[in-house]
Design a protein around this ligand. Structure first.
Ligand code: T4K
Length: 372
């Protein structure tokens, strides 16, 4: 049993498998700009996710910015995008950085994802899109959100950074809405070291996404957009090709860890776990626990106690985006009381495929030792 336990640990393929995968790069000397590995990973992902359209990116955040740009949101004068305050900084920052205006709606108290009824109340003539976030490997209410988007003529773009490999009724999370952004960061269930992708419904977006990630260059002598540089390199793509081969094993191991946590923690007074969703097969990306007031110790007490035992949990997602210093005066976190309640009480416990059950027990012993 190791001593220090971090909140997660990157999955890596056997080293010799990765070395074999990158060998051909020493022959080709082609290291980036949509090379052979990049093309292969896109094809592998299409097959794995059961989708026709995938574009790879240098990271998930830039992928989200690029798809918002490529969809030309705001071009018709509507600039508001409804999203959640209960997310990583990336989601809101992407919206703001492309010149759109985030409007923050409250979340569902069970799934911690956007509450469709709160979304609908905030829609007005200036709204152009909804950017919901699937959190922890659980899915948003995709049917209700699709219905709202259709009735109000809004684009629906998912931040699916936590939902790679998740399915509902056998259908991939990559198929919901107009587009979904995935993060392939080192801390995610599937990683390309740094990386990300957009899966999208309309094939007409393919060219503009390619151009947005490559300086807006449309041909050797034409530059039609002020794009950026967001291309995934060949070493990252090779890591993805290898990791994808092991993904189902990784998810199966995470499931075992999740089951042990659940057995140990479920039913204890003041401990709230995120329940399974009907028809949804999770990727077990995170293990969140909400400590309600009758647990007897606060979330922060549990965090500190774990720390004393060299166990590093994280407060994903605290603070709420609406309480970030960079957005001071712009949002009111009291307007989203459910998100505020959860953010103050949530802790994500260590979660990765190779976390031993003995370590899970050790973590649970410390957590339950905080109960009063
Ligand atoms: N939307 C959502 C909802 C997201 O959660 C994220 C990313 C994005 C969008 C944006 O996607 P990307 O542009 O990142 O592709 C981490 C990640 O950097 C970030 O990708 C992730 N969300 C977020 C939830 O977590 P930090 O600052 O908390 O990570 P850090 O460096 O403290 O690492 C956490 C633990 O992970 C470490 O204690 C050990 C382990 N680790 C970390 C690294 C960097 C490894 O095992 N290997 C590693 O290489 O943000």
């Amino acid at each position: 049993m190791s001593d220090r336990i971090l909140v997660t640990r990157s999955s890596m393929p056997p080293m010799d498998e990765y070395v074999r995968e990158i060998e051909s790069l020493w022959e080709s000397h082609w290291l980036t700009n949509m090379g052979e590995k990049h093309q292969q990973l896109e094809e592998d992902l299409k097959r794995y996710l059961g989708v026709d359209n995938v574009a790879l990116f240098v990271n998930g955040h830039t992928a989200l910015e690029c798809v918002l740009e490529a969809m030309q949101l705001g071009a018709d004068g509507r600039r508001k995008v409804i999203t959640t305050p209960y997310t990583f900084a990336s989601t809101t920052h992407a919206i703001v950085r492309v010149g759109l205006e985030p409007v923050l709606a409250d979340i569902d108290p069970v799934t911690y994802t956007l509450d469709p009824s709160c979304v609908e109340k905030l829609i007005d003539d200036e709204t152009c899109a909804i950017v919901p976030v699937h959190v922890y490997g659980k899915l948003c209410d995709v049917d209700a959100l699709a219905d709202i988007a259709k009735r109000h003529d809004l684009k629906l773009i998912y931040d699916a950074a936590h939902a790679f490999g998740v399915t509902r009724d056998g259908v991939s999370s990559a198929t919901f809405g107009d587009a979904s952004m995935f993060s392939f960061h080192a801390t995610k269930v599937f990683n390309t070291i740094e990386g990300g992708a957009v899966c999208f419904a309309d094939p007409a977006l393919a060219d503009s996404l390619e151009q947005w990630k490559n300086f807006g260059i449309t041909s050797q002598e034409h530059v039609e957009y002020v794009g950026g540089n967001a291309k995934m390199n060949e070493f990252a793509a090779a890591m993805g090709i290898c990791n994808l081969r092991h993904l189902s094993d990784e998810i199966a191991k995470r499931k075992v860890v999740t089951q042990r946590y659940t057995e140990r923690l479920q039913g204890h007074k003041g401990v709230v776990l995120c329940p399974d969703q009907p028809g949804v097969v999770s990727n077990y990306a995170y293990f969140p626990v909400v400590f309600e007031d009758d647990f007897g110790s606060t979330r922060d007490d549990v965090f500190d106690e774990l720390h004393k035992h060299d166990i590093y949990s994280r407060k994903y997602f605290h603070p709420l985006v609406s309480d970030f210093e960079c957005y001071a005066g712009r949002f009111d976190s009291n307007a989203t009381p459910v998100a505020k309640h959860v953010a103050k009480r949530v802790l994500t416990l260590p979660m990765y495929a190779d976390l031993s059950l003995a370590d899970v027990d050790r973590i649970c012993d410390v957590v339950l030792g905080c109960a009063r």
